[in-house]
Design a protein around this ligand. Structure first.
Ligand code: HEC
Length: 140
């Protein structure tokens, strides 16, 4: 909300948003699908986090490399919820995680592949649309 009101008080940004909306020629749809989505992403980064069971697997099996700063040639971090929602080659990273796990591409050799329970934890979460943790969920 704070980001939106800052934009509204900045004449240049407001004008740019209006012009972009006019160019796209989508009326209300441009308002919903354009700038508003960017604001939603910013809020995701600030407030939402990984479910505990998913985070546990990522910490144990992925963050040796997918960490910040990146290690061992990994191309992106898998530390925060926002990391999993970012895009990599035009797809949400959680979707790339699904393929990488299903094909046993990740964790890479010679690391142990995910045991069945941990595999199910991550794949079930992705099948549900990779939601953030329930509000107030406390990790053990
Ligand atoms: C030992 C280091 C290491 C570990 C552990 C590791 N990764 Fe990776 N990961 C890499 C490297 C290096 C690449 C780049 C490989 C490439 O593109 O050829 C990569 C690439 C990826 C990609 C992108 C693949 C694509 O092109 O779509 C995904 C998704 C991914 N890893 C997910 C995971 C997940 C999930 C885990 C844990 C279950 C994991 N990785 C564990 C090193 C690691």
């Amino acid at each position: 909300m704070r980001i939106v009101s800052m934009r509204n008080t900045n004449p240049t940004m407001l004008a740019a948003a209006l012009i972009t909306g006019m160019w796209m020629g989508c009326g209300d749809a441009a308002t919903e699908d354009g700038p508003v989505d960017l604001d939603a992403g910013a809020e995701t980064t600030a407030t939402e986090r990984l479910p505990c069971n998913v985070e546990t697997v990522l910490v144990k099996r992925c963050q040796e490399c997918h960490t910040a700063p990146l290690a061992n040639g990994a191309p992106f971090p898998l530390v925060t919820y926002a990391n999993t929602q970012a895009e990599y080659f035009g797809e949400p990273i959680y979707e790339r995680m699904r393929v990488a796990i299903e094909t046993d591409f990740m964790p890479p050799d010679p690391r142990e592949k995910l045991p069945p329970d941990e595999r199910a934890t991550v794949l079930d979460w992705i099948a549900d649309g990779a939601p953030s943790a329930a509000p107030g969920e406390a990790c053990p």
